[in-house]
Design a protein around this ligand. Sequence first.
Ligand SMILES: [Zn+2]
Length: 154
Amino acid sequence: MTEEGYEQDYTTNYQQIHSGIDIGTDGVDKLPVYSVTDGVVVGIEKGYKGVGDLVIIKELNTERYWMYLHVNVDPSLRVLGSILPDGTTSNGIISAGKTIAKIAPTSYTGLAPHLHLTVANNSQPTSVLNAYDETTVLGRTVSPLQAYWEYRNR
Ligand SMILES: [Zn+2]
């Protein structure tokens, strides 16, 4: 697992700033991925930039967007809400622990099976994925571990 924000490997390999954490699975794919929080599914992007599916869930009653990448989205998952101009979402709530996806195989992502998890603090969460600007990433994301702790202790 790597730290939120600036990651040397990604900078070296892709000239990009790593905006989240990677959770490896020791080469195992198809493991279930559960929503960390109660929230609203506000985005599903199949085959995001060729590295697997992306699921974006807005945490309930906050401005946090949890992004799950390098997965196969669960066929039953639907976009339940849209991001409104004030940053809130329309209706449709899923519960923490709901299966949202499976870890995608290398054949789909070109990567060793793993979950990339980013927590963004703004209404355009994908703006911090593949960002080249460290200030942008650090200003608009929070460590998923910190976000989880805060979620559990609200
Ligand atoms: Zn990653």
